[in-house]
Ligand binder design. Structure first.
Ligand SMILES: Nc1ncnc2c1ncn2[C@@H]1O[C@H](COP(=O)(O)OP(=O)(O)O[C@H]2O[C@H](CO)[C@@H](O)[C@H](O)[C@H]2O)[C@@H](O)[C@H]1O
Length: 674
């Protein structure tokens, strides 16, 4: 563990309370947390800070406090250790190479359920009747990164660019949520348009899903990075070239540990600030040091991407990329022609730590200002801080987020998580681009996880999927009973509590409801409780399972997405593609992507894909479900139109890729920001 500059343990305790004391916490939740603090292992530094918003009662939905799984557990404490900052210098290369299924029997609840492979062993509902055995964690991973089924014919970009993605997660290697999905798909869509694309993410070895990295070869390059008070750190790079993309994995001991990318059973890793600063600096080196241009396994090494690249740095974990480029590289004449776009997938995670940790970044002292931040008055902690995401907002050339609606929301006090003023000052370079769907992975005509395939022209396979899902859940098999689904992280953002509150309402409407999710333990407990109370109407699956998610998306009639705020949301898009009608809270990307169906309006009949409701409450959601059920029972033709409208919507990544291209070109036209 690097010897990093850290805050005092009393500050750390305050920081913990900032992270975890929320207005809506029950005393039971607090007990759980304090136990976790006791169980915390010794010193690690830093952590992903979740910016706590005002309480639910007094504020608009987009800013309500939430419990995200990334920081769902306390941050480890640590001792004081103050090491003087070192002057900034460019990293040095030290290597010679530089020149050259289904679940049945109940399993125990998962410790790190969002980590893809472990989570394949989901705990199934007690009443489930499936005859299939749960896949064991020693089985091969469910998704490999093989070549796509068939290359789609896409228009080629007028000006091919060299594009470098930087992200904490990427599917299928390290997906824990939507960020992983995007980084596993958008680069492929851009490469298909003729761009040279590199993706840089950590090489996480957790002892469970390590084999996912088997195809990535050690490039034999070791780069020594100056991490300021955290000392000089050696990183290595592993690489594979598939789907025309250079997938690069940064190797460092801090990425080798049990758990998911961000946490283990003791909580969020205390050194996340260090781990992702390291990722950002290692990513800045990759285009200069790695001879992967034109690389094919077994062939002679190619050439580096060079310093005229466009970086797309995603979320706070990669947020130091633009600041390093400005504060370290451009000072030495490197990356003068490069541009850095910062992509926000979720503004509520910002990478905030007390200001005393600034020397850990290895930035020159005069680069403190872009990162400096005061906690907002509503936060339960105060004092000077460094905020990586804020630094990215002020130093990047352009900012993009994952829907137009969210691009606007984050410039408001209600949705800005304390950064609305900063975002307003950069509104002229802020755009929203709605996410796409991986059409190969989410293809009802060829889905390997479902019992039958189907298309908009022949929905008989969907009926078979519903029947199979009802069987698998141990619910009554009956095509006339509405089957409703919810999938997601069990945290406040996603509104699982609203769904759980509505279970009696669904039961009284004779609906069947299934939830698949993991995260905040009290929600997991509530799922089990509701299942005991409503065995004929409710199933709660605790775990993370991609095959089960596919079967729920395909087998349900309706998909609920009641998120309190949602930058884009993917489940409503998957649902539309599978002819499952989304009912969503009218916020952010959900409002942008789901068109309200109105049988009385000709236009809405042709365009409608589902329904939106507001406010985010169980009652509003149930009223909306009532409207949907009316149509389903009494107007089968309209229900069919809804299904078709969704299934034929253009949800492809190619559409989004063209929009990203436009952003890159605008960035290249303008002078660099910093
Ligand atoms: N238990 C489980 N089992 C199997 N699969 C599960 C699962 N729980 C979640 N998933 C899957 O994880 C992904 C989550 O996607 P979301 O759009 O909800 O993203 P998330 O909130 O993580 O990320 C952020 O980034 C994305 C990408 O930009 C934005 O869409 C989003 O609004 C923003 O909050 C989906 O593929 C979903 O099916």
């Amino acid at each position: 563990m690097p010897n990093c500059h850290s805050e005092s343990s009393s500050t750390r305790r305050l920081h913990i309370s900032f992270l975890h004391l929320r207005a809506e916490l029950t005393s039971k939740e607090q007990n759980l947390r304090s136990k976790a603090v006791e169980a915390t292992p010794p010193p690690q530094q830093g952590g992903d800070t979740h910016v706590d918003g005002p309480t639910e009662s007094g504020s608009p939905p987009a800013q309500e406090a939430e419990e995200a799984s990334e920081d769902a557990a306390p941050t480890p404490l640590e001792e004081d250790s103050v090491v003087p900052s070192q002057s900034a210098s460019l990293p040095k290369v030290t290597s010679a190479a530089a020149s050259a299924g289904a679940s049945a029997a109940p399993a125990s609840f998962l410790e790190f359920p969002r980590w893809q492979e472990q989570a394949e062993a989901v705990s199934s509902p007690p009443a489930a009747q499936s005859s299939q055995a749960p896949p064991s964690s020693s089985q091969p991973p469910p998704q490999s990164h093989n070549r796509r089924k068939a290359k789609r014919a896409v228009e080629q970009a007028e000006t091919p660019l060299d594009i470098v993605f930087v992200s904490a997660e990427v599917a299928p290697w390290s997906k824990t949520g939507g960020l992983g999905d995007v980084i596993g798909s958008l680069p492929i869509a851009l490469a298909a348009r003729g761009h040279r694309v590199m993706v840089i993410a950590p090489r996480y070895l957790n002892g469970v899903s390590d084999k996912l990295y088997n195809s990535a070869e050690d490039l034999g390059v070791t780069v020594t990075l100056d991490m300021g008070a955290c000392g000089y750190q050696d990183v290595k790079y592993f690489h594979q070239h598939t789907n025309d993309v250079d997938w690069v994995f940064v190797d460092h001991p801090s990425y080798h540990r049990a758990g998911n990318p961000y946490q283990d059973s003791n909580g969020v890793f205390g050194d996340n600030q260090f781990r992702y600063a390291l990722l950002s600096l290692a990513a800045c080196e990759a285009p200069l040091q790695l001879h992967v241009g034109g690389y094919r396994s077994g062939e002679a090494p190619g050439f580096p991407y060079g310093d005229k690249v466009v970086f797309l740095a995603n979320d706070w974990h990669a947020g130091l990329v633009p600041t390093y480029i400005a504060g370290k590289y451009r000072q030495h004449g490197v990356y003068k022609d490069a541009r850095c776009i910062f992509a926000i997938h979720n503004l509520s995670h910002q990478g905030v730590e007390p200001a005393v940790t600034f020397p850990n970044f290895g930035l020159p002292d005069n680069w403190y200002d872009p990162l400096s931040w005061e906690y907002p008055t509503w936060a339960s902690i105060n004092g000077p801080a460094v905020n990586i995401l804020k630094g990215a907002l002020v130093t990047s050339d352009r900012i993009v987020t994952v829907s137009e609606g969210y691009a606007w929301e984050i410039t408001t006090a209600e949705g800005g998580w304390g950064l609305d003023k900063v975002l307003q000052s950069r509104q002229h370079v802020l755009n929203g681009i709605t996410n796409g769907v991986d059409l190969d992975e989410w293809d009802p005509e060829a889905d390997e996880h479902t019992v039958a395939n189907y298309s908009a022209n022949d929905l008989s396979g969907k009926a078979a999927c519903k029947e199979a899902l009802q069987k698998e859940l141990g619910l009554e098999v009956n095509p006339d009973i509405p089957l409703i689904g919810w999938i997601g992280r069990l945290d406040h953002q996603k509104g699982p509590d609203l769904v759980l509150d509505a279970v009696p309402g669904f039961a009284s409407r004779s609906c069947q409801l299934v939830m698949l999710g993991s995260g905040h333990p009290p929600y997991e407990a509530a799922m089990r409780e509701q299942e005991e109370r409503h065995p004929h109407h409710f199933r709660g699956w605790v775990g993370f399972s991609i095959p089960v998610a596919h079967r729920i998306v395909a087998g349900c009639d309706i998909m609920l997405v009641p998120s309190r705020f949602e930058p884009c949301g993917l489940n409503q898009l998957f649902a539309m593609r599978y002819g499952t009608i989304p009912i969503v809270h009218a916020t952010g990307g959900l409002r942008d992507t789901v068109q309200d169906y109105n049988p009385d309006s000709l236009e809405a009949r042709f365009k409608g894909t589902g329904w939106t409701f507001t406010p985010p409450s169980a009652d509003a959601m149930l009223s909306c479900v009532d409207r949907a059920l009316q149509i389903r029972w009494h107007n089968k033709e309209d229900w069919g139109a809804l299904i078709r409208n969704g299934m034929t919507s253009d949800l492809s990544w190619d559409r989004a890729a063209q929009d990203y291209e436009q952003i890159f070109n605008w960035a290249l036209m303008d002078p660099a920001q910093a």
